[in-house]
Design a protein around this ligand. Structure first.
Ligand code: ZN
Length: 955
């Protein structure tokens, strides 16, 4: 019975429906249920006898809990629990028992990592897309040249992976030197993050998630594919344990001791996870018979471990915000603000944090002193440790140290916490503080909020800024990303020069650094750009801090700031330690001066990005954003539990979900009519050759007569010459359609000559009308060679597009006339139209008939382009006035490159008057606009000419 523990298919489908959805059933779920019930294979008689309670219980049980006589369908090792015993230091001033006592502090729920690896390799669905070999990905931008670029996208393209592969193949341990089996590296990536199970709950879970580096990151967020493995639910010190400790220490639980016990707790749990089986699989590999019948030896390697800073220092066993606070290098606290200087970059390279014998020895010595009854924070303990080390044995070091593993190399950077809600958030708060102090009555802040509210939305990237941008309550990293991406147009002109210029440059560099650091596909060139941006960013931050050194004083006569910020204004760090607060405060002349503090670990961390990206791969591979994403499952499952035995119930849920999926895979692997149909549908919906989609509806039609004399729009300046220019445009398109040979890009001159010889007035539109549409979808290839789509929606702000300028050349040849200095042209779509077009002349004939072709076209208003004044400012555009020559025209939708995000330059104001043209809607024109190249990573890469794999370039 392939459906076990379900008795039959119908029961399985019903059970899957019940467990597959969220805790609250929605209409969508109800419809899914109807689909199950009306399916061709469904039988009500089958489900009548199913013992649901027992089936669901069995589904979540561990193997040993099920009577093997009754059933043996469970083929995975489920969860296990391990008691966690830690050493509790007893100070020698205590009455009795000085030294250490070992005591059970909690219980770990965990799974065997080796068993998860085996499950993965033996699973038919998963192993198909599991990369057995790491490889270099090379890009040859110019087919005529031999130059190749290394591309970084997946972890199995990275140096860490390739080095591990080299190592297992060329220098295996002696005991398997002669083993003939092919050797495969299995890369592991970890995430951990303690979280509240719901917004208003004090109840916490602390899961450890694991992904395989051998699987593509692009499959992670896909529905129905669950690549995330739950490895453990950590335990924290229990209340009864704390009671025991205070009972032994005369009621005291000093902060030092509590921190120490938390560290011990974490590392003893990790020791249980890093079991002997795993170490064996790391050293000599794991022999597994794969689905192709071949035996292979799999070597497990741990590549990354992503957490936020408090957990990162916990795993690194170093003091949080100590004198040597970085987990990656040995930088001193006083040098944190030197990020990006030559000396700083050299220092990082030469002083990486490494886990060596000296460190291990000093930790053991310090523990001996504690065993002698000295307090954890005692002078003698501290004296024998260096570089902010702590007296806890690091589980990774004690268990894996002899295999050459270095935990510090795995604790990668964290863009979300370090930049988005770290460095940039602190800057944003500081800028608001400056605005507040620069004008009385918060007028500048009101203006800022107003401008943010008016920023046009863009796809799913920029959402409406609904709440006041300046109030910072409950902001997620995503919100800060949006605030940054649109900040230049919003901040422009709020402050007086020279501060305004400095702020705009700083915002530009922040946005540029962020875009470069967040690219999903990197190459050597983009990493070099990131290195440059990092140095520039560091320098500019230091200059900004120096220039605003005296702090933002209220202007003369202005009411003094009361100093009582909104509660959300100062990011209250969860650890509550002061060094990372955004400002160092001092009093000067009786007034509080707030400075931007860049002596922070987060600021320092920015300097580590280029090297880590070069070594491990793009930041989205190991971003802590994934941790938040993975949290969705345990949070949803919690709602279906009683919360009394939360972790046990979660572990049962986890098994149920995974096993349901496995049963389903098993059923689907036999090709049923249903799965066949599903696959075909999926294929059809993803035609990569489509460029755009407009629709064929004829619901809204506009007679051409509306534009001629006496028509509806005859007084509008845009209607003069409408029919003529439309027909001239359509003539070219019509010929190109009928004579495909002339449609080639290099034949444009011949096409124009041919068209000029014809009579445009012979172009006819069927029924003398055009059909109008509201929406157009533009499909395009992104910089990282994937397909995406933009939506143009008339009557919204999302109606701007960009086209490639064919006259642009990156390196103009000396003997050619200069082309356009900018690669793109920008316009605003007035109308999305189609018509059925014929030509009353010889070329319009196909046989005895006149051809009638449906042609789509866009009517657009053009922008005039003004390049940015420096390398650190955005390009600007202005709309041509409707009565200017060439202000509007028709274009072929297939020429459209992408939609673009154009934000008004608010400080220049709007055009005066009521406007000239109803069709052009020019009464709502602004005088100037910014082109927002930072709106998404693909857009950003359009302006880094020649560096994106997915883009095509004219020259
Ligand atoms: Zn560092």
């Amino acid at each position: 019975n392939p459906y076990e523990p379900f008795p039959n298919l119908s029961s399985f489908e019903l059970g899957e429906w019940f467990y597959g959805q969220g805790p609250q059933k929605s209409l969508k779920d109800f419809k899914a249920l109807i689909e199950v019930l009306t399916g061709p294979d469904f039988s009500l008689d089958d489900v009548r006898g199913t013992k649901w309670t027992r089936v669901f219980q069995d589904l979540g049980k561990n193997r040993e809990e099920i009577n093997p006589k009754r059933s043996n369908w469970v083929d995975d090792t489920g969860w296990k629990t391990t008691d966690i015993k830690i050493e509790v230091p007893i100070h020698n001033r205590m009455k009795y028992g000085k030294g250490v006592e070992t005591h059970v502090a909690g219980q770990l729920f965990h799974r065997s990592i080796v068993s998860i690896v085996e499950e993965k390799i033996r699973n038919a669905q998963d192993s198909r897309l599991f990369h057995y070999d790491g490889h270099e990905l090379l890009w040859k931008p110019d087919p005529k040249s031999t130059a190749e670029f290394r591309i970084m996208s997946e972890l199995y393209h990275s140096d860490v992976f390739l080095n591990a592969q080299k190592e297992v193949n060329h220098s295996p341990p002696p005991e398997i030197k002669d083993c003939p089996l092919p050797r495969v590296v299995v890369g592991l990536m970890f995430w951990s993050d303690a979280t509240h199970v719901s917004t208003f709950s004090t109840c916490k879970v602390w899961p450890l998630y694991m992904l395989f580096a051998n699987e593509s990151k692009y499959r992670r967020a896909k529905d129905g594919i669950d690549l995330c493995n739950h490895v453990a639910y950590f335990d924290a010190l229990s209340d009864s344990f704390k009671d025991y400790v205070t009972g032994r220490t005369q009621g005291k639980l000093p902060r030092d001791l509590l921190t120490h016990l938390n560290r011990e707790m974490a590392h003893v749990q990790w020791e249980a996870i890093l079991d002997d089986e795993l170490i064996n699989a790391i050293v000599v590999g794991l022999k597994i018979k794969c689905l192709d019948g071949e035996w292979r030896r799999f070597f497990i390697r741990i590549f990354t471990y992503s957490t936020d800073y408090p957990e990162r220092v916990l795993m690194a066993t170093i003091k949080a915000r100590g004198d040597c606070p970085c987990v990656l290098c040995l930088v001193k606290k006083k040098n944190l603000n030197q990020m990006g200087t030559t000396e700083d970059m050299i220092f990082r390279d030469q002083h990486p944090r490494i886990d060596d014998d000296a460190r291990r020895k000093s930790v053991l010595e310090s523990r001996e002193i504690i065993r002698g009854g000295v307090a954890v924070g005692g002078d003698r303990v501290v004296a024998c440790l260096s570089n902010s080390d702590v007296p806890t044995v690091n589980a990774f070091s004690s268990r894996l140290g002899h295999t050459g593993f270095n935990i510090f190399g795995c604790l990668v950077v964290d863009l979300l916490h370090e930049f988005e809600i770290g460095v940039f958030k602190a800057l944003f708060i500081h800028l608001i503080r400056i605005l507040d102090a620069s004008a009385p009555g918060s007028t500048l802040i009101h203006e800022l909020d107003k401008r943010y509210r008016r920023v046009p939305t863009f796809n799913r990237t920029i959402r409406k800024f609904s709440a006041n941008a300046s109030s910072l309550r409950r902001r997620a990293a995503r919100d800060y990303e949006d605030l940054l991406q649109c900040s230049i147009a919003v901040f422009d002109g709020l402050l007086a020069e020279p501060l305004n210029g400095l702020v705009l440059k700083l915002l530009f560099l922040n946005a540029r650094w962020h875009a470069l650091a967040k690219l999903r596909m990197q190459n050597e060139a983009t990493i070099i750009l990131l290195e440059q941006a990092t140095t520039q960013l560091g320098d500019l931050y230091r200059q900004f801090v120096k220039d605003t050194d005296r702090g933002p004083f209220p202007p003369q006569g202005a009411p003094q700031s009361t100093g009582s910020e909104e509660p959300g204004m100062l990011p209250a760090d969860s650890t509550g330690e002061p060094a990372d607060a955004p400002s160092a405060n001092s009093r000067r002349g009786g007034r509080r001066v707030k400075k931007l503090n860049i002596s922070t670990v987060k600021f320092h961390a920015l300097g580590h990005y280029p090297k880590i990206i070069r070594h491990v791969g793009p930041t989205d591979l190991y971003s802590t954003e994934w941790g938040e994403y993975f949290h969705k499952s345990p949070k949803a499952w919690t709602k279906q539990t009683s919360r009394r035995y939360l972790r046990m119930e979660l572990s049962r849920h986890e098994r149920k979900r995974k096993r349901l999926r496995r049963i389903k895979d098993r059923i689907l692997s036999g090709v049923t009519a249903k799965s066949q149909e599903l696959r075909e549908q999926q294929k059809a919906s993803r035609d990569p050759n489509t460029h755009h989609f407009i629709g064929i509806s004829k619901r809204v039609s506009v007679p051409l007569a509306d534009f001629s004399q006496g028509g509806r729009f005859s007084s509008d300046p845009l209607s003069s010459g409408f029919t003529r220019s439309l027909k001239q445009h359509l003539l070219l398109r019509f010929i190109a359609k009928l004579v495909p040979d002339l449609a080639r890009e290099d034949k444009s001159k011949e096409l124009a000559r041919f068209a000029a010889a014809q009579d445009w007035s012979r172009i006819v539109l069927k029924n003398d009308r055009v059909y109008s549409h509201q929406i157009m979808r533009i499909k395009y290839t992104t910089y990282d060679a994937r397909r995406d789509e933009d939506i143009i929606h008339l009557d919204t702000a999302q109606c701007n597009i960009m086209l490639q300028d064919p006259t642009y050349s990156y390196r103009p040849k000396p003997n050619e006339p200069p082309g356009s200095p900018h690669p793109f042209r920008y316009c605003k779509v007035i109308a999305i139209l189609h018509a059925e077009v014929g030509y009353m002349g010889e070329i319009g004939r196909i046989g005895p008939q006149f051809a009638c072709l449906p042609l789509e076209f866009l009517w657009v208003r053009w922008y005039r382009f003004h390049p940015g004044t420096t390398n650190f400012s955005l390009d600007q555009v202005e709309l041509l006035r409707p009565d200017e020559r060439g202000s509007h025209s028709f274009i072929d939708p297939s020429e459209v490159l992408r939609a673009c995000h154009i934000i008004p330059r608010y400080c220049k104001g709007m055009e005066q008057g009521e406007g000239q043209s109803f069709l052009a809607q020019d009464k709502s024109d602004w005088k100037k606009y910014y082109i927002n190249r930072f709106v998404d990573r693909d857009m950003f890469m359009r302006y880094e000419w020649g560096l994106a794999v997915g883009h095509t370039y004219t020259r």
